[in-house]
Design a protein around this ligand. Structure first.
Ligand code: ADP
Ligand code: MG
Length: 291
């Protein structure tokens, strides 16, 4: 049964922009000892901008962007959205209907346009060595500085690479500081590469990070954290975070996240404002005292 204290906590939470899918989750918050955090869309805004574009000799930027964006148009990933917006609205290019596409969470997307098949995603997805050779041979230097690289490959190898820079969420940074003050261990789990993960984790001052996580890796790290810290929360926004969110004692979704993340979560941060989390933990501790 729901006590008046729980009801009042739920309504206070709503005023703060925190949606609890049940009173039990408010009590659960007070016990959290570690928080795992997704990077793209959670610690960062998930609205990256294209900063660099390198394509293979003999291919125009236009055709490269058209087939890449036409495939990405059917992916829910924040990087996909950025590539589509750039192509459609900044370059004013027309997209085409792909023959098929398949989203591979944590890695990228495969698709076919005009009878040609492409792989779009991180270096691992298109081949680590191929991507390194391509970057070296292109002669253009991308200063990474926390940027994410998206490679595009066809049967003949790498066709091009797009570098994207995301913006940090200041409220998430504040949240990490407050969580640490509460004695809670913070850990970033990301599908992005080591170099990018290192830069962002430092800027966000999380206690630890793991790069190149597939959805099942995120899940396994949350399991590990549970063994070490007992009560663990996972905060995320994507399909790739959902298994880890379901395994955590408390799954928390950013309000702007994908449907699967919102459905899996126990708690939703309506305005994507992670700084509400430490406040909610305060609230929860107070309420537990009252009960
Ligand atoms: P995070 O865990 O930081 O939210 P993801 O697991 O969603 O990141 O993605 C990991 C990496 O996989 C991205 O950094 C990107 O390189 C690649 N990737 C995933 N989906 C896509 C996509 N639709 N288009 C391009 N790259 C993608
Ligand atoms: Mg994400």
């Amino acid at each position: 049964s729901i006590t008046p204290a729980t009801l009042s906590a739920i309504s206070n939470g709503a005023k703060l922009g925190i949606l609890f899918k049940g009173g039990v989750h408010i009590e659960g918050l007070a016990k959290i000892k570690a928080v795992a955090l997704d990077k793209t869309g959670t610690l960062t805004k998930g609205e990256p901008e294209i900063t660099d574009l390198i394509v293979r000799e003999g291919i125009t930027h236009e055709s490269f962007l058209i087939y890449t964006a036409s495939i990405e148009n059917h992916s829910t990933h924040p990087l996909a959205q950025a590539i589509v917006n750039h192509t459609k609205f900044e370059q004013k290019l027309k997209l085409v209907q792909p023959d098929f596409i398949e989203d591979i969470p944590g890695l990228g997307v495969i698709g076919k346009v005009n009878g040609k098949e492409f792989k779009i995603g991180n270096a691992e997805f298109v081949g680590l060595q191929l991507s390194e050779v391509f970057l070296k041979k292109s002669g253009e230097k991308i200063i990474k500085d926390g940027k994410t690289l998206v490679f595009v490959a066809d049967q003949d190898g790498i066709v091009g690479v797009i570098a994207l820079k995301d913006h940090l969420r200041e409220q998430s940074k504040e949240a990490v500081l407050q969580l640490k003050k509460l004695g809670i261990y913070t850990m970033m789990l990301t599908g992005d590469d080591e170099e990018t993960a290192k830069v962002i984790s430092k800027e966000m001052s999380v206690d630890g990070y793991i790069s190149r996580c597939l959805p099942k890796d995120k899940l396994n790290y949350v399991k590990n954290l549970k063994q070490q810290h007992e009560n663990v929360s996972m905060v995320g926004d994507g399909i790739n975070d959902a298994p880890a969110m379901a395994t955590a004692n408390l799954g928390i979704a950013m309000g702007g996240g994908t449907d699967v993340a919102l459905e899996t979560a126990d708690i939703i941060l309506m305005k994507n404002d992670l700084s509400k989390l430490p406040r909610a933990i305060h609230l929860s501790k107070k309420m537990n005292k009252i009960i």
